[in-house]
Design a protein around this ligand. Structure first.
Ligand SMILES: [Mn+2]
Length: 200
């Protein structure tokens, strides 16, 4: 190992099984944006594929659960599992850029994501305009996914709606912005742990 982590493959895989959901995830931070997402919630799959594409990671996530009760459990647990796998793949977070910012438009919609992979989980989700259902999927649940991801991936994540009308456009702009900001933040720039404390 070179000492700054540059020769360590940033990969991880894990299974997360509860009485409510069963999820299998693998992540390669330095991938090519390839997604293999299998969940019984098509709009969540669409959002995960978009996030993956623009993050530059390879993500395989297969999940199922008690969506006949409510999609809430599976949506939240997918966020927890993906974030845990990302955190494991990042290890001590040596040499990452750490911060990322992105604006993503989609037609009339515009969303901004500003984040810090400094292992201090916090979420500010200012997406009040994202309301309603898309093909029976309650888009309020996307906030649960984002909070869960930030919690286990160790992200301080600010997601702000700037404009837009169509919920599909607003949601997709949000996940693209998260992907783009993640790609920037997880870029390996070397130089040790990016913290004045010396540890993240
Ligand atoms: Mn779309």
């Amino acid at each position: 190992m070179s000492g700054d982590g540059s020769t360590t493959r940033r990969v991880a895989e894990l299974d997360r099984n509860t009485r409510e959901t069963r999820i299998s995830v693998s992540v390669d931070i330095d991938g090519s944006g390839t997604a293999d997402i299998v969940v019984p919630l098509p709009f969540l799959r669409h959002m995960l594929e978009s996030f993956t594409k623009y993050s530059g990671m390879d993500v395989r996530l297969h999940g199922d659960g008690d969506v006949d009760v409510d999609a809430h459990h599976l949506v939240e647990d997918c966020g927890l599992a993906l974030g845990s796998a990302m955190s494991r793949a990042l290890g001590e977070r040596v040499g990452i850029r750490r911060f990322g910012t992105a604006h993503a438009p989609l037609d009339e919609a515009l969303v901004r994501c500003v984040l810090d992979y400094g292992n201090r989980p916090f979420t500010v989700y200012e997406m009040a305009a994202l309301r309603g259902r898309i093909n029976d999927f309650d888009v309020d649940l996307l906030g649960e996914f984002v909070r869960a991801l930030a919690q286990t991936a160790g992200i301080s994540l600010h997601l702000d709606y700037l404009r837009g009308e169509n919920p599909h456009h607003i949601a997709e702009a949000a996940f693209k912005a998260m992907g783009l900001a993640t790609r920037e933040a997880l870029t390996h720039v070397g130089g040790g742990v990016p913290s004045t404390k010396g540890v993240l």
